[in-house]
Design a protein around this ligand. Structure first.
Ligand SMILES: [Mg+2]
Length: 198
């Protein structure tokens, strides 16, 4: 089932960047003990409450973004992608403002960015299709790399190859990705193997 590889799509938080963003704490702040995903929970509210909770979420995300650090393997990985003619992009449930802020603070070009305001967010594959369209590739020519179920579900639903990055927070998950890695530097070996086939 190997097909030519043209682009790598990344989840943002926990994969390319690490920040104090604590979604569990934000969820408690917004919804108490209610079992709900933040973005979907906010979407379901009436207009007034939606606006207030969106403002609080956005504030917490921006606070965390100021203290974000880049994963140490990102510069080498991005250079490797460039040297091998692979495009890159970010598909995130975070906001464009956060990605742009971190991009500026760390002088790094993440490539095409699809944030939650751009397309229905993961696990909906629509955000993956949007990224592919801008890059000019088909989903089956892409790898989606993420550290949460939603990343793998969205990637797989779109038809991408998927890589699950094990992190402390979510290593117990097994979303059925094609490959599992423990660190971003392992991705280079994996991609090298995949492009070698062609
Ligand atoms: Mg993540």
């Amino acid at each position: 089932m190997y097909l030519p590889l043209k682009a790598v799509l990344f989840d943002f938080d926990g994969v390319l960047v690490h920040s104090p963003l604590d979604l569990a704490a934000i969820k408690r702040e917004l919804f108490g003990d209610e079992k709900v995903y933040i973005i979907e929970g906010i979407e379901a509210l009436d207009a007034g409450e939606r606006e207030a909770k969106t403002a609080l979420l956005t504030r917490r995300e921006l606070e965390a973004a100021h203290d974000a650090r880049l994963d140490p393997f990102v510069p080498d990985l991005f250079t490797w992608l460039e040297n091998h003619g692979l495009a890159r992009g970010v598909v995130t449930r975070n906001t464009r403002e956060v990605v742009e802020l971190i991009s500026k603070n760390h002088s790094v070009d993440f490539g095409v960015v699809i944030a939650r305001e751009d397309a229905p967010p993961k696990p909906d594959p629509a955000c993956i299709f949007a990224a592919c369209e801008i890059i000019g590739v088909e989903p089956w020519e892409c790898v989606m790399v993420g550290d949460f179920n939603f990343d793998v579900i969205a990637g797989r639903s779109a038809g991408c190859r998927t890589v699950f990055l094990e992190t402390e927070k979510f290593s117990h998950l097994d979303p059925g990705a094609d490959e599992r890695i423990k660190s971003l530097d392992e991705l280079i070996d994996l991609l090298a193997e995949w492009i070698e086939i062609y």
